[in-house]
Design a protein around this ligand. Structure first.
Ligand code: ATP
Ligand code: MG
Length: 393
């Protein structure tokens, strides 16, 4: 039996005029996912009747392909189907083999559903459903037909391309919009739990992401940086390949520590991080900055603090997909997407270096600006960007 995978998409379908853009992005992302799996060179992806069909792969790769495809945003479900040349006898023989392989005595009820897109097929859907239903009952006489809530739904899809697909059941994919259709954004990726989840969530809404990480080597270890690279690789199946910009924050932190009042450390750090992000946005054409910030997760995550960080930006917005989430909700997603275990590895983040005893919780912008005058921010920013390392993930 020749196995193929049927891939269905949801929201994409609703996008009227832009439908082509969405379908092309989705098709490209499906291709990248499939060809990232080893030994798939002969695989073929075609569009048939409002869905995609993947064929020509080695059956031993089926499970890996399914796992990979379930991470392609825009797909809502998939089914592993058997394909035959459309012909009554062919289909009947396939159904016999298929039910023998897939039905067992635990299953009590079933239903057959035929879709006849190919009107050349000589039997209409209703008659063919009952003919096939009769065939199944001959093989499994204890089964009962249940039209409303069958345990086993056998679907027979007779397409215009001269092929028929037989399958049972649909496996959920992750939904969302194809990566790329909503533009580009720069994610601020720390080594924590939140920012990989934020990355996943904005990619799910169709944003193509790149990432930036600030480190304070040698105050932070090489392992801390490796951890971020590992996290970046863990979200890659969802986001596609991307650049990780690794920026040294050491000099900047030393200068703030040396020159500015203690309580302003974190506020000024964040504002300088934002300025660096905005320059990269302009340089590489990202339209937004994404963070894993949350409201009230810790005492210092206040609206005033978010405002003081954001107010340095001239032409870009900050997206904070986690702003209203409970920590437990974030952890659930981190576990589901496979980043949690890496995120809880115990390496330091640059924000924990030179941590003041009493950080400002509600910074006043005019006072912050006064403190910043003690620094040559333009030079610090320029220097940080000139020395940054670009890692392809
Ligand atoms: P996370 O779990 O993502 O580290 P957090 O709860 O620890 O978040 P903060 O440390 O206040 O919260 O960081 C808030 C956000 O700022 C992070 O989610 C991330 O987007 C950004 N950020 C913090 N530190 C860094 C860093 N070293 N490099 C890049 N971005 C950072
Ligand atoms: Mg953190």
């Amino acid at each position: 039996m020749n196995k193929v995978i049927l891939l269905r998409y949801g929201e994409v379908f609703l996008k009227g005029k832009n439908r082509n853009v969405f379908e092309n992005a989705l098709l490209n992302n499906i291709k990248s996912a499939v060809f990232a799996v080893e030994n798939t060179r002969n695989a073929e992806i075609k569009k048939i009747g409002g869905r995609y069909l993947l064929s020509g792969f080695n059956e031993e790769n089926l499970e890996t392909l399914k796992i990979r495809l379930k991470k392609v945003f825009g797909l809502v479900s998939l089914s592993v189907a058997h394909e035959v040349e459309t012909d009554v006898l062919n289909i009947e023989n396939l159904v016999k083999a298929f039910v023998n392989e897939n039905l067992n005595s635990n299953i009590k009820t079933f239903k057959v559903e035929v879709k006849r897109a190919d009107k050349r097929f000589p039997i209409n859907s209703i008659d063919f459903s009952s003919k096939i239903g009769g065939l199944v009952l001959e093989l499994f006489p204890n089964l009962k037909v249940d039209l409303h809530n069958p345990e086993f739904l056998l679907e027979i899809d007779i397409r215009e391309n001269g092929k028929t697909y037989v399958f049972a059941g649909r496996e959920s994919c992750c939904g969302g919009l194809p990566v790329g259709v909503s533009g580009n954004a720069l994610v601020m990726l720390s080594g924590g739990i939140d920012s990989p989840v934020a990355t996943y969530l904005v990619a799910k809404r169709g944003l193509k992401i790149s990432a930036i990480h600030f480190h304070s080597y040698p105050y932070t270890s090489k392992q801390a940086k490796d951890k971020v690279i590992k996290l970046a690789n863990e979200v890659k199946d969802y986001t596609g390949e991307f650049n990780l910009y690794c920026v040294s924050f050491t000099k900047i932190q030393e200068e703030i520590h040396k020159n500015c009042k203690d309580g302003y450390m974190i506020t000024i750090m964040r504002r300088i991080m934002m300025r660096i992000c905005e320059i990269l946005c302009e340089k590489y054409g990202f339209s937004a900055i994404v963070t894993g910030e949350n409201l009230g997760q810790v005492a210092s995550q206040t609206v005033e603090r978010l405002t003081s960080t954001e107010s340095v930006l001239k032409n870009h917005i900050v997206l904070r997909p986690l702003v209203t989430f409970d920590k437990l909700e974030i952890i659930d997603i981190a576990k589901q997407i496979g980043t949690f275990e890496t995120s809880i590895l115990p390496y330091e983040d640059c924000c924990t270096v030179f941590l003041p005893k009493n950080p400002l919780i509600k910074p006043k912008i005019d006072l912050v600006e006064k403190e910043e005058e003690k620094l040559d921010i333009d030079w610090l920013v320029k220097n940080a960007i000139e020395t940054m390392e670009i890692i392809r993930i």
